[in-house]
Design a protein around this ligand. Structure first.
Ligand SMILES: O=C(CO)COP(=O)(O)O
Length: 246
């Protein structure tokens, strides 16, 4: 039985004042049976760590560099994230793939860099609406995952994988539990061929997951948690999803 994992992706939201309220709310809303974490903007990692001290809520970043260190202005290395105590780093989010032209290989290299520093990469895959309508969903997510499998080889079992259909992100259009499960099953099968750990790996769904649709999604056999955007910005909403995962 896989323990569920619910991760809040704050994206580029927050302020010191707003974060203090949100994090205090999370302290009050927990604890939960599921594993819970928040991935926050880089500048707020340290204060998030402090605010969550003594709780079981983990924290992490929303990206990391594929490089180890050096002349890469503006980038943040996995070593730095590890230094701050991060447990997770999201890599390959569709917003980074789309707005920062991140390739499948770059995403795989970032996942490798994270693992090298003991950080669990949450690797995102997902198709656009045009790709879904063209019947290419399976092909796209398999291609995205294949690059990660090829690059990580025997370490692939250490990642968390997140299926986030691009058309469901921030749109209020959630994949149905059946649509999401179908893709998760494809991904689990692909992982099965690559690692003996596939049955223990956690596959998260992301895309307009909310308190009122979380339970049905999380009841699917291959959906092991959620990656939550908008609904992670209010402690009561996020707490309700975490409870639904319990
Ligand atoms: O992109 C997401 C999480 O990474 C999902 O965002 P929303 O929950 O706002 O749709």
């Amino acid at each position: 039985m896989r323990k569920k994992l619910v991760v809040g992706n704050w994206k580029m939201n927050g302020s010191r004042a707003a974060n203090a309220v949100l994090l205090a709310g999370l302290r009050e809303a927990g604890p939960w049976t599921a594993d819970v974490a928040v991935c926050v903007p880089f500048p707020y990692i340290t204060e998030t760590a402090l605010a969550l001290t003594g709780t079981a809520v983990g924290f992490g970043a929303q990206d990391c560099s594929a490089h180890e260190q050096g002349a890469y202005t503006g980038e943040v290395s996995s070593a730095m994230l590890a230094d701050l105590g991060c447990r997770y780093a999201i890599v390959g989010h569709s917003e980074r793939r789309a707005y920062h032209q991140e390739s499948d290989q770059l995403v795989a290299d970032k996942a490798k860099a994270a693992l090298a520093h003991g950080i669990t990469p949450i690797v995102c895959v997902g198709e656009t609406l045009a790709e879904r309508e063209a019947g290419q969903t399976e092909q796209v997510v398999k291609r995205q995952l294949a690059a990660v499998i090829h690059t990580l080889t025997h370490c692939i079992g250490e990642i968390v994988l997140a299926y986030e259909p691009v058309w469901a992100i921030g749109t209020g259009l959630t994949a149905t539990p059946e649509q999401a499960q179908a893709v998760h099953a494809v991904l689990r099968t692909q992982l099965h061929a690559a690692t003996q750990k596939s049955d223990a790996m956690r596959l998260l769904y992301g895309g307009s997951m909310k308190a009122d649709n979380a339970a049905a999604l999380l009841a699917q056999p291959d959906i092991d948690g959620g990656l939550i955007g908008g609904a992670s910005l209010k402690a009561t909403d996020f707490g309700a999803i975490c409870r639904a995962a319990g």
